[in-house]
Design a protein. Sequence first.
Length: 330
Amino acid sequence: MTYARIAGIGSFLPEKVVTNQDLETTMDTSDEWIRERTGIKRRHIAVDGETTSSMGLIAARRAMDSAGVGPDDIDLIVLGTATPDKIFPATACIIQRQLGVKGCPAFDVHAACSGFLYGLDLANRFIRTNGARTALVIGSETLSRITDWQDRGTAVLFGDGAGAVVLEASDEPGILATHIHADGEYEELLQVEQGVSVGFDVTRAGGAYIKMEGNAVFRRAVATFDNIARETVADLDGHLDDIDWFVPHQANMRIIKAAAKKLNMPMDRVVATVDEHANTSGASIPLALDVAIGDGPIQRRQTLLLAAFGAGFTWCSAMLRYGERASEPK
Ligand code: ACO
């Protein structure tokens, strides 16, 4: 039986930091309000020239270095993003070229905040069915380019960044289970209304910006994290106590805390970086994972539950054992 395991991880954040105090100078908000309602203190924002591909490229290189693999080893590239560089080619292909990887499949997955985990699920399936042996899974986003910086209801929430993992074929299970879902019923609750097919109208009030029904998204996100965690654990005939670390999509500290409470999981077993990164959509889970692995506290052979929720709605989970073999990352 062939399994997939995480062999390396890397991430990248733009150097430019925008604090809540910076936002106080440009809109009617306060550091106190933002911290209280979201837990966010600051976010990294891409400057001119920094793109989804340029950030994803650096994260990918760091993940490859940490796995000890080169361009010739990579036989699949999947990028989760809602903010591609161009309409086409896929940003995964742009990164592929810059990495010097030749010939393997490379494509984007568009599942909003669930993009990285959707990509991880796909790459896991490729490896388990012997369609790939070493896959690069990236989440990279420039959400600042679809953020309405005049709208205090959304502008305070988002940031830019990228994270990546190298998945490698293994005799022992790293990834224990994945679950992947969507329900298009909720299209209107979280969306950017413009696009290629419906048309772009930059003069239209609001522009091509993220719009959301914050309260409804909040409730649905909390319920979904609870459901998918229980579904994943039950599928493995396990128990929530088996999870050493819960690594949820970093949307908002209140969502993370409410989900953890519902799951009866103490916050000291939950990875939260939303205070420093804000919501980076598809990049948030690999970014959080890289911080928690790089600086501690995640230890080798611990069991992690990753869970994402995003526009669509889409949601996805991955239960995995980190660093199973002797050639462990980092
Ligand atoms: N600063 C100050 N006041 C604000 C701000 C702000 N940045 N934004 C809104 N307010 C005001 C509102 O105008 C409102 O004022 P009013 O009472 O005078 O009308 C008041 O604060 C309360 O507004 P609510 O929208 O009810 O505030 P709420 O407590 O629901 O918090 C928030 C809003 C943070 C957006 C919350 O609904 C939320 O976290 N939703 C989840 C959405 C989310 O995280 N989305 C991310 C994308 S989805 C994903 O990643 C899964």
